[in-house]
Ligand binder design. Structure first.
Ligand code: ACO
Length: 336
């Protein structure tokens, strides 16, 4: 029997500072009503100065290892769009701070699809015998790349981290990931982009005012992203359902990337799933990119929605553009 990756632990962390729609409405031309009705978001958490993505990742990682009942892992994969530094990767320092010493550790960049990509990457390592137990983390501090003057992005994103432990196991035991559907379309890269700060366009010097250049911030073309997100998440979810041999109506919980409640409902409609089967926590945390799916999973488990034995389908869409889906039967795992 081939080796499967089995979910054995789950942990999350959000920074303490809560930013409400009302607070954003004081400095931006927006309103609680617009944000709530167009996205479903009512508040989000933002890390303050001095807190980096790695700090959130360490907190979530600590909780996931506790949930798994063991700090014994030999691989760390950290999905993030907002690493602590352009170089080196954030994962090795996170691993070191978690006391994991010299384990293999790397970052993975697939924007909002990062966590699903990271699950697939760690699953591959486990299947190949490269790793026995992997810590997979999605962590972000989007507050550091949001343009405070851009109402189209500032109201949407939040900071946070979520992590799972995967261990080698059997494909037919609860918690085994039942396959992965991944894809990308780089012809659409400009839809979600931080234009400068990479090799294509190194960061420009701050102007004489000392202000941060506008192109060093995150930008998103919301409308086409919305359209592609629905189409791709629905198609990828269906491909994953086919792989798992599940009919859509037998799925207990759809845990989709928490970008917009209207997107989640549209995907559920296209799949023929009841909207009530959609896990939603974006109202309280916003879009946390690579952290979004583990945060939504933990919220649904803690809230008593997802219980052991439930069929759980996960799907994400993000910058690149990228998308991906996976599925599992929920095991006896509670967030640490
Ligand atoms: N407050 C008030 N008005 C606003 C705001 C705001 N915060 N933001 C935009 N508007 C205005 C626009 O300027 C526009 O005004 P106009 O009609 O006068 O031009 C109007 O509201 C409608 O704007 P749209 O962008 O068409 O609004 P839409 O209904 O599409 O909602 C949103 C925007 C929420 C961004 C939506 O398009 C969306 O959710 N897109 C998908 C995001 C997503 O899925 N991201 C996932 C990947 S992200 C990643 O990978 C990092």
């Amino acid at each position: 029997m081939s080796r499967a990756a089995v979910l054995a632990g789950l942990g999350t962390y959000v920074p303490p500072r809560v930013v409400t729609n009302e607070e954003l409405s004081r400095t931006l031309d927006t309103s609680d009503e617009w944000i709530r009705t167009r996205t479903g978001i009512t508040r989000r958490h933002w890390a303050g100065p001095g807190t980096a993505t790695g700090d959130l990742a360490v907190e979530a990682g600590t909780r996931a290892l506790k949930s798994a009942g063991s700090g014994d892992v030999d691989l760390v994969v950290l999905a993030t769009t907002t690493p602590d530094h352009p170089c080196p990767a954030t994962a090795p320092e996170v691993a070191s701070r978690l006391g994991l010493q010299t384990v293999a550790a790397y970052d993975l960049a697939a924007v909002c699809s990062g966590f699903v990509y990271a699950l697939a990457s760690a699953t591959g390592a486990i299947a190949a015998g490269i790793a026995e137990r992997a810590l997979v983390i999605g962590a972000e501090t989007y507050s550091t790349i949001l343009n405070p003057e851009d109402r189209t992005t500032s109201v949407i994103f939040g900071d946070g981290a979520g992590a799972v432990v995967l261990r080698a196991g059997d494909p037919d035991e609860p918690g085994a990931l039942l396959g992965h559907d991944l894809g990308s379309d780089g012809s659409l890269k400009d839809l979600i982009i931080v234009p400068s700060g990479g090799s294509r366009q190194p960061v420009a010097a701050a102007g004489t005012s000392g202000a941060r250049p506008a192109d060093s911030y995150f930008s998103m073309q919301g409308k086409p992203v919305f359209r592609h997100a629905v189409t791709r998440m629905a198609a990828s979810s269906q491909a994953m359902l086919d792989r798992a041999g599940w009919a859509a109506e037998t799925v207990d919980w759809f845990v989709g990337h928490q970008a917009n409640v209207r997107i989640l409902h549209a995907v559920a409609d296209q799949l023929g799933m009841a909207r009530e089967r959609t896990a939603v926590n974006l109202d309280r945390v916003g879009n946390t990119s690579a952290a979004s799916i583990p945060l939504a999973l933990a919220d649904a488990v803690t809230g008593g929605l997802i219980t052991p034995g439930d069929r759980v389908l996960m799907s994400a869409f993000g910058g690149g553009v990228t998308w991906g889906s996976t599925a599992l039967v929920w095991p006896e795992v509670a967030p640490g």
